[in-house]
Design a protein around this ligand. Structure first.
Ligand SMILES: O=C(O)CCC(=O)C(=O)O
Length: 202
């Protein structure tokens, strides 16, 4: 697996791999990132949803919370996720993302990875309500963790990026239709990480 950014030239990869992502390591200042991390840790209504795999029920290996403008329904992983309001902090991050890209978003799914055993398995964000070619804006706060991305069909196209505190990762065209991503577990003793994935729900 090749670690990105590869000499900081993510753009150069587009032509060869078709991987349409952009990474902004310093999207938020250290002060703002520290503040939001603490606020979200204390105030987001984190919930541990259950998932069914082959008929058996398990706790999801992370806590989550979904927020949207205008009470959008999201059938995320079929876990019956509750809709919460878009708070001031979540909206101001949304505006900051909109300043950086032409992609548009109206909702956000937050994940709290409590330790290295919390994770997010290989998947793409491709629920019907996200439309035909979903784009995702992903902000990391707290512990840096590796993000893996691999092509669904071309085996050697596998990359990883260490997502920094205060960073933004934009996943563009075809990133969900042709690629899958994950946050793997780690045995290292690590701090919690909060991730916000902004999405557009139709
Ligand atoms: O935590 C991350 O960076 C990725 C989150 C993710 O893949 C998801 O919520 O679908």
């Amino acid at each position: 697996m090749i670690e990105l950014p590869f000499k900081n030239k993510l753009e150069a990869l587009k032509g060869t791999t078709g991987l349409n992502i952009s990474y902004f390591p310093d999207f938020l200042s250290k002060g703002k990132s520290d503040l939001l991390y603490k606020k979200f840790l204390d105030n987001i209504p984190w919930q541990n949803y259950k998932i069914k795999i082959f008929g058996k029920t398990y706790d999801q290996p992370r806590l989550t919370s979904f927020h949207s403008i205008g009470n959008k329904k999201y059938n995320y992983s079929q876990i019956g996720i509750k809709n919460n309001i878009m708070t001031k902090d979540l909206s101001s991050l949304l505006n900051k993302i909109h300043d950086k890209t032409d992609y548009r978003f109206n909702s956000v799914l937050l994940n709290l990875y409590r330790d290295g055993m919390d994770s997010n398995g290989w998947h793409s964000d491709n629920e019907t309500e996200l439309g035909e070619d979903p784009k995702i804006a992903s902000i990391t706060l707290g512990q840096e963790r590796f993000f893996h991305i691999k092509h669904k069909k071309i085996k050697h196209l596998r990359y990883k990026i260490l997502l920094k505190h205060g960073s933004l990762l934009l996943m563009g065209e075809k990133s969900q239709t042709e690629w899958v991503h994950q946050i793997p577990k780690t045995k290292k003793k690590i701090d919690p990480r909060i991730n916000l994935t902004y999405r557009y729900i139709y």
